[in-house]
Design a protein around this ligand. Structure first.
Ligand code: ADP
Ligand code: MG
Length: 284
């Protein structure tokens, strides 16, 4: 039995005897293989799902970081993330397939994106504008799907991601990019938690005012400007990052269209090979 205590949200929690997760550990139908990522909130593991008749497949599993696991706010945000991400179905969004708890560990299961984050890709190589344009349109289309997601009764969720950053853009070896990590996403009904990476935040979000889809448009504009200074995208990115929301693209889909009108996108093969080269380099 673990001796985890509930502490105030701003205090470090007592970890008690709760064992850290290790390769080989089993949580429900999943066996942990190795840790593949770590963010502010979660640990992400490569895991093997097994089922009847010898069914097996690799998935990504996210758990709340141990030091945050007993904080009610983090737990609520983690559960909120899983519920929101499960309501979006789009090629350019990392969905949540399962949410469960075993041995006191709450975990989300996602499809495994074999590849690298935009942060890693940008650190490893200078990205050409056509590659940036491909990634940018994919993320903008994924965000638009999130912004227009509805609940089971068809009512708009009013979702805003609020943490669009290079670490949360995953690029696959298949040449497709996806937006992930709805950890601090905000809905019409949600309480406001001041979180996210300040560097990419829209002025209205920084000021604690209401956010809307245009706040994500702003953040994506800053992300793309960080990875390319090419003139072909300059005016589109200027519009996306206008200080006043009313001067930005009205929707993320409009932003994607404007990128496509300005630059011929790299092919899936080109982006896929870049990502594969990085993965090979990392493994060497
Ligand atoms: N579905 C996935 N497939 C592969 N890697 C992933 C997946 N989800 C997350 N990761 C890796 O784990 C890192 C942290 O995940 P993230 O969801 O952003 O956690 P946090 O909420 O803590 O920021 C990502 O930057 C990425 O490298
Ligand atoms: Mg993250």
């Amino acid at each position: 039995m673990s001796t985890v205590t509930f502490s105030r949200d701003d205090e470090p929690c007592e970890l008690g005897e709760a064992a850290p997760l290790r390769p080989g550990a089993r949580l429900g139908r999943y066996e942990l293989i190795r840790q593949i990522g770590r963010g502010g909130m979660g640990e992400v593991w490569l895991a093997r799902q097994s089922g009847g008749y010898g069914f097996r497949r690799l998935v990504a599993m996210k758990t709340i970081r141990r030091e945050h696991a007993c904080k009610p706010t983090f737990r609520r945000m983690f559960l909120n993330e899983a519920h929101l991400a499960a309501s979006i179905r789009h090629t350019n969004v990392v969905e949540v397939l399962d949410l469960a708890e075993d041995k006191g560990v709450v975990f989300q299961v996602m499809p495994l994106v074999e590849g690298a984050s935009l942060h890693e890709l940008n650190a490893a190589t200078r990205l050409s504008v056509d590659v940036v344009a491909r990634i940018g349109t994919h993320v903008a289309r994924g965000l638009h799907a999130a912004h227009t997601a509805v609940d089971e009764r068809g009512r708009p969720l009013g979702l805003v991601h609020r943490d669009v950053s290079p670490q949360n853009v995953l690029c696959g070896v298949d040449g497709f990019a996806k937006i992930s990590d709805f950890g601090i996403a905000h809905t019409l009904s949600a309480i406001t938690v001041h979180a996210g990476k300040r560097k990419y935040m829209a002025p209205e979000q920084l000021a604690g005012r209401d956010v809307d889809p245009r706040s994500d448009v702003f953040a994506l504009g800053i992300v793309l400007r960080e990875v390319t200074r090419d003139r072909a995208l300059a005016s589109v990115l200027r519009c996306a990052t206008a200080a006043e929301p009313c001067h930005r693209f009205a929707t993320a889909a409009d932003f994607a269209d404007a990128i496509e009108d300005s630059v011929v996108l790299a092919s899936a093969k080109t982006l896929g090979e870049l990502v594969r080269d990085l993965a090979t380099h990392r493994a060497a």
